[in-house]
Design a protein around this ligand. Structure first.
Ligand code: SAH
Length: 366
């Protein structure tokens, strides 16, 4: 077996039959001993990937400014929840908290809540927040949030929540499962469960056998909880991830290790597993609970509309040429649409609650 977790999963499959991609993903990411987030340091140059807040403090400053402005627009509710789902190393929330010092009214009214499943990462986040850590509480899930207006950000959180996959066979769409292939290696197999009618996007093109369609009940459940909270208590949620604006057919399940793609079944527990987020599905789930979805935009439009160029200028003022080059490179990576750049691949969806009407800059009204 390739990894300790592979042996555990193969034994389970041999005893109980193939498992869904969702169960496989959840085990690989969150297994208490061998799970990717439980056992590894995924972030940064030495890890497997670099996220936007790790590229530059400008990212958290823009997100912070957007949340502060939305809070003002909502009538400065006090107290309120300043929340991040899936904070990773805590860089983004630390940058937001620092940015928030410009408005003591916001800072003082904020109860900071971090939604984090990994005990190890909670420690990393506590350390990152330093003197502000005493103001923070941690929650296991979004269901545990106190009943207060909510101003929330989630960056690369939804992509880590499990998906289910269905594969087109001669016998219709069947759930794609992880079973055992040759030499008891993990392998994809078609299961018995059929795709619920109506889940496929309307007017989709003809799909040959082998096509894959993904649904993400765990993501939609999270968006529903956020939507219901916003509808009842007010606030704004800013959801940032790589993904597509419209529901579509295609296999986006992917594994990353050491800044490169690998086979998602090859090294369970050692590689990060994610898939592209269907923003349309998130918006539908939140709207069904009474929240308002502002039209999703690219990360480039979000950051540029939020004033990243002006902030970059202020950050670089008085610094030497190499520091300024570094800032320019960070802005290009965050906003560009070239290879390895995030501006077009990443999308940003805002969900608004009561007391927050019309456009919420940089988001247009729907
Ligand atoms: N937002 C961070 C890191 C994103 S990585 C950044 O931008 O750098 C995904 C984060 O979500 C990690 O902190 C991981 O532990 C957490 N996470 C993954 N699945 C989760 C779940 N089901 N519940 C709560 N947190 C989860």
């Amino acid at each position: 077996m390739t990894t300790p977790l592979a042996a555990i999963l193969a034994a389970r499959i041999a005893a109980a039959g193939p498992m869904t991609v969702a169960d496989y993903m959840a085990e690989c990411l969150l297994h208490p001993e061998h799970g990717y987030y439980a056992a590894h340091e995924p972030f940064g140059a030495a890890g497997d990937f670099i996220t936007a807040p790790e590229i530059s403090q400008l990212f958290g400053e823009i997100v912070g400014a957007v949340l502060i402005n939305a809070w003002r627009q909502a009538g400065r509710p006090s107290p309120f929840l300043l929340a991040e789902a899936g904070p990773g190393r805590g860089t983004l929330v630390a940058d937001i908290v620092r940015t928030a010092r410009v408005d003591p009214g916001f800072s003082d009214a904020a109860q900071i809540v971090l939604i984090e499943a990994s005990v190890r990462l909670r420690d990393v986040q506590r350390e990152m927040l330093g003197a502000d850590a005493h103001r923070v509480t941690w929650a296991d899930t979004l269901d545990d949030l106190p009943a207060l207006p909510l101003f929330l950000v989630a960056n690369e959180f939804f992509d880590a929540l499990p998906i289910r996959q269905f594969v087109r066979t001669g016998d219709g769409w069947r759930e794609r499962m992880v079973g055992l292939g040759r030499d008891d290696a993990l392998a994809f197999v078609a299961g018995a469960t059929a795709l619920p009618d109506g889940d496929l996007p309307q007017n989709h093109a003809a799909t040959p056998d082998g096509s894959i369609f993904e649904i993400a009940p765990a993501r939609e459940a999270a968006a529903s909880v956020i939507g219901a909270h916003l509808a009842t208590h007010g606030g704004l949620a800013v959801l940032i991830d790589y993904g597509h604006l419209r529901t579509a057919i295609g296999d986006t399940f992917q594994a990353m290790r050491g800044h490169g793609f690998t086979d998602p079944l090859a090294e369970p527990g050692l590689a990060d597993l994610t898939s592209h987020v269907d923003f349309d599905a998130l918006a539908r789930a939140a709207v069904a609970e009474g929240a308002r979805a502002l039209p999703a935009m690219t990360q480039a439009d979000f950051l540029l509309g939020g004033g990243i160029v002006e902030r970059a200028g202020a950050l670089g003022a008085g610094k030497d040429a190499s520091a300024q080059d570094e800032i320019r490179a960070a802005v290009a990576r965050l906003c560009g649409d070239g290879d390895g750049q995030m501006g077009a691949l990443f999308k940003v969806l805002a969900l608004a609650g009561k007391n927050l009407d019309g456009p919420v800059p940089p988001f247009q009204a729907g």
